[in-house]
Design a protein around this ligand. Structure first.
Ligand SMILES: C[S@@+](CC[C@H](N)C(=O)[O-])C[C@H]1O[C@@H](n2cnc3c(N)ncnc32)[C@H](O)[C@@H]1O
Length: 720
């Protein structure tokens, strides 16, 4: 009964995705002249018009041409817009693409529109098989790759003009640059796994495999323009001892004295070309447009080295929060050759030439750039360029060996580094804020448990009562031998209601960021339920690794009570629920506990109790920063405030500065005006409709929706 419905909804998802991705490049082209879109300034770059056409050709060559009786839109375009697919026939040499004044931009846009029409028809024909699905996804990701290439090549063209033209008024970027945080994180290394996860990936990102890493450290920040100027001032481009032989030969042959697009005025000021025209160098911004040779020389000058790609990926998986601009600013050079992973097989068929044939003489870059379309980045993504190339949005982050002796004291453990990053970035923002997960050190977790006993704090009591009422029905829905995976489990107090109703549970996997609370809870549960397998995992549920192998024969059931989901920003909540669905796998259920919108007086009282326990909980994050980050918050100068934000349907907790002051966090200083606040927590309240919208956006279906007596909370059972 459900199958045709599912097919139709998968089809409309695919169509929406197709339309969204395909709309992006024409948006980039809007406002550019036909001349801007047709010229080519160097052999490596292509005209915008060519990108607009080639990304359409790709769908035709990979998917449409294979349809029985298919007639190409224009047979001549098969060669004009083939990039490098030798098996697919003739093509125009790359360095001659700028000479194709015909077809015109208008004709290319008509070609695009016709391909979009044919693809829409193809998508509406009915279910597509696994291979076609991969090629369809590949076509979308290929289009996104070219959206970035479009911008790289456009900048190259603009930089070749004596007028230094601005392509755009504002830099087209997916997100804003993150402030530097200082320091580095040390990783023990050992045998680690890298490579594509179970999501779409290009063929070169797999197979997933093991790599041995010696202990190493990776800098939290990208190398900045200011850093680069110091390198230049110290004779960086004039000292052969800093350079690889091929690098030094390139410096001499090309006359390099600075990154690509930099130029120095007669009065000595440096500027660089950007998509918004020529701009003075911003010293704090990450350096862009340096080759692997320059990156390597810089690293040697700085007494460090470039990371290997396995180190970069391992660090990014282990503690993404420790780093600034891991993604979304510049691709980061690694010292790793772009080579096949063990067991690599190119995609079979027409797309076999996509990546594999370039696996010689190039180096990999990791992360993503400001111009990378959002959603296109991946931790396993392997970008690659020749070591002399520098027109891409590329920069660097340094690594060093960390094998005991000589390891510098500035290295922090990953959790402290992530806390430092969040606090320094949060205090640098126009509206100061800090993610609520930092509340939960041992003392914070203890204070939260005290909150759950307060007369004003209704959510825990109401949720426990509701859970007790529906537990027998839930047990039936879960089925035998289920594995219960709880996110943000804290003291696992309410969990006991479920455990009592589920005598044949195969395992309980509590996940929490607070190791003290988690381990103490696990010990208590093992004692109370000696037959139950309890497998606690200390982790940030925002960045979860695949679960360890679990023994149960039954389904996996996610459990996320306490309305902790309300602490996430709406988009984060959808990403979390999507990730949880993937993590729990086929056939999973999910039990979500949320607080509902209600009278503001009840809400405010719950977050501002008469005994001041919530105030102590809120202020404890400053105590933690003073202890762990060498900060000097004056606790008596910050007041707890709880307010109902009706527009956003959320309770907010703030710490209000009662006077103007400067606060130091390590070697950084932050100004507070009197009355300025740090926004420390949002607790979103839901209606049935807003809850359904959120979980359905993440691919879950509501199976049951139970509401407690007043003050009302809801327990929602979802199916993946
Ligand atoms: C509001 S409490 C809820 C505790 C418990 N689930 C309940 O319903 O009473 C939030 C819990 O989530 C944990 N937590 C908060 N942010 C987290 C994160 N990003 N990753 C993992 N655990 C987190 C906290 O340590 C705390 O135990």
């Amino acid at each position: 009964m459900n199958a045709p419905l599912r097919d139709r909804s998968a089809q409309s998802d695919d169509l929406a995705k197709f339309q969204r991705v395909r709309a992006a490049m024409p948006m980039l082209a809007k406002g550019l002249s036909d001349e801007d879109l047709s010229a080519q300034a160097m052999a490596d770059a292509s005209p915008g018009k060519w990108h607009l056409a080639h990304t359409s050709w790709f769908f035709e060559a990979m998917i449409l041409n294979a349809q029985p009786g298919y007639e190409p839109v224009d047979a001549r375009f098969q060669a004009l817009f083939n990039s490098y697919y030798d098996a697919l026939g003739e093509r125009v040499a790359r360095d001659r693409r700028g000479l194709m004044t015909r077809p015109s931009v208008t004709e290319v846009m008509a070609y695009r529109a016709e391909i979009d029409r044919r693809m829409t028809q193809w998508l509406s024909q009915g279910p597509i098989d696994g291979r076609e699905r991969y090629l369809f996804a590949l076509g979308l990701h290929h289009d996104q790759q070219h959206q970035e290439l479009f911008l790289m090549d456009l900048l190259n063209l603009m930089a070749a003009s004596p007028l230094d033209p601005a392509a755009y008024e504002r830099e087209p970027r997916a997100r804003s640059v993150e402030a530097a945080v200082g320091g580095a994180t040390r990783f023990d290394g050992g045998l680690v796994e890298i490579g594509a996860d179970d999501v779409f990936a290009f063929d070169n990102e797999g197979p997933r495999h093991r790599v041995f890493l010696e202990p190493y450290a990776l800098d939290h920040d990208l190398v900045s323009n200011g850093d680069w100027l110091r390198f230049m001032a110290d004779g960086g481009y004039a000292r052969p001892e800093l350079w690889l032989a091929d690098g030094w030969a390139t410096v001499k042959a090309e006359g390099w004295t600075a990154p690509l697009y930099w130029s120095q005025s007669q009065t000595g000021e440096w500027s660089t070309m950007s998509l918004t025209g020529r701009r003075p160098i911003d010293l704090s911004a990450p350096v862009r447009h340096v080759s692997a040779y320059e990156a390597d020389a810089y690293a040697r000058w700085a007494g460090k080295r470039l990371p290997t790609e396995a180190e970069w990926e391992h660090a990014a998986r282990q503690s993404p929060d420790a780093f600034s601009n891991l993604f979304g600013e510049v691709w980061q050079w690694t010292s790793s050759a772009y080579a096949p992973y063990p067991g690599f097989r190119p995609t079979e068929g027409t797309a076999s030439e996509y990546n594999g044939k370039f696996m010689a003489n190039q180096l990999t870059l990791r992360g993503s750039a400001f111009a990378t379309p959002s959603g296109h980045e991946r931790v396993s993504y392997r970008n690659f360029f020749y070591p002399h190339q520098r027109w891409a949005f590329m920069g660097l982050r340094l690594a060093e060996d960390a094998t005991g002796r000589g390891t510098k004291p500035l290295l922090e453990d990953a959790v402290t580094a992530a806390f430092r990053r969040d606090l320094t970035q949060g205090l640098s923002a126009a509206v100061k804020s800090l993610p609520p997960k930092w509340f939960y050190d041992a003392e914070g977790s203890r204070l939260f448990e005290d909150i759950t006993d307060l007369p004003e704090y209704y959510p825990t009591r109401q949720e426990a009562g509701l859970l007790a009422k529906i537990a027998p029905a839930l047990a039936e829905a879960f089925g035998p031998e289920a594995t219960l995976v709880e996110f943000g489990s804290g003291a696992s107090a309410k969990t006991r209601i479920l455990l009592d109703a589920l005598p044949d549970l195969a395992a309980y996997v509590p996940i929490d960021i607070s190791p003290d609370a988690l381990n103490a809870a696990a010990d208590r549960l093992r004692e109370a339920y000696p037959l139950l397998r309890v497998t606690p995992i200390v982790a940030d549920f925002g960045h979860l690794d695949p679960l360890p192998p679990l023994e149960g024969q039954g389904r996996r059931v996610g459990f996320f009570p306490g309305s902790t989901i309300g602490n996430l920003e709406p988009q984060e909540a959808v990403s979390f629920m999507t990730g949880a669905r993937r993590l729990l796998g086929e056939g999973a259920l999910f039990l979500l506990g949320v607080d509902l919108v209600k009278d503001p007086l009840t809400l405010v009282a719950a977050y501002d109790d008469a005994q001041g326990v919530t105030a102590a909980f809120n202020r404890n994050v400053l105590v933690r920063a003073n202890r762990e980050l060498d900060a000097d918050f004056d606790l008596s100068a910050f007041e707890h405030r709880a307010i109902w934000n009706a527009a956003q349907q959320r309770m907010e907790m703030h710490l209000v500065a009662t006077r103007a002051m400067t606060v130091d966090v390590g070697d950084r200083s932050f100004r507070f005006a009197a009355g300025e606040t740090i926004h420390t927590e949002s607790s979103r309240k839901f209606t049935e409709a807003s809850l359904r919208t959120m979980v359905e956006a993440a691919g879950w279906t509501v199976v049951r929706f139970d509401v407690s007596a007043e003050p009302s909370v809801a327990m929602v059972l979802l199916r993946g």
